[in-house]
Design a protein around this ligand. Sequence first.
Ligand code: FAD
Length: 303
Amino acid sequence: MGLFRDTVIQLSENKTLNDLTKQMGLKFGARKFVGGVDTEEAIETFKSINADGMSVTFDNLGEFITDTMDATYEKDLILEMIKAIDEHKVNAHCSVKLTQIGLDIDYEFCKTNFREILEAAKQVGIFVNIDMESYRVYDATMRMLDEMLEEFDNVGTVLQSYLFDSEEDVIKHKDERVRIVKGAYKEDPSVALQERESIDIAFEELIKKHLTEGTGFTSIATHDHNIIYNIMDFVERENIDKDTFEFQMLYGFRYDLAKQIVKKGYSMCIYVPYGNDWYAYFMRRIAERPQNVNLLVKDLMDN
Ligand code: FAD
């Protein structure tokens, strides 16, 4: 299982495969996890999710960007989506990977792009969440968050429970809006927990701390029903206001469970990736859940 996960995550980082698959449209079952190839298609997906009583966080797919023109193009697509959300009056906010808008090229260039996104989003009342990528860019991501928090109040980030740093970070960011996840990348044992059980324990602890220690809004992002039920028990017991947190799930995963959660009166937000650059995202989903390989096989048989 560990070897399978490591191999698939390594494949997800292969630049040639990332470039090749961009030209192919949504293949290998990716459509199940990707809410459309462009802004127009994605907006229709957001509307149907909103109709089920859930909000959306959108992710314009794209990683491993090393060219300034590509980064500017991706930033413009995000601005286009912010405009479309306002025009169509859909309930959606923005998730951004900093490497998509130039972090691997130059920090200041990325900051200029990110500031433009935050300004546009602020004008129309949209929150922007910085997705947390691999530990390689952790320090730069946290620095960007701190600097942007000095100028904006519509920005937050993600804490990964497998990282040792998160225990301190959750207190540091207790008054900010934070998404808490287990963590999707392969990290070195010197910086991250490796065992599923300890990652799960740390995950619940981080969530409970963020829910109780400060005033920040907590996004609990998981498909793990056991943890979701444990947190529901906890918030009932501690009398925590349901307006101070939400659950989040990825598009294409456990939608029935998401609907049940909404029925119980909790807020649910669906993370919807869209666009042509789906390969790395899709491979990480296969690494997490090998059953998703079935989608890939079925698509190959159908074509
Ligand atoms: P897992 O550990 O994958 O699953 C736990 C258990 O839940 C399984 O054993 C099974 O019993 C059940 N289960 C899970 N999925 C299913 C299913 N599809 N069907 C049936 N049972 C299931 N990671 C980052 O590193 N950075 C980010 O910015 C980031 N953002 C995210 C945003 C959202 C909204 C979500 C949901 C995840 C995000 N992740 C991110 C990914 C995250 O770190 C995990 O890799 C991913 O969510 C898998 O962990 P899990 O908590 O869903 O549970």
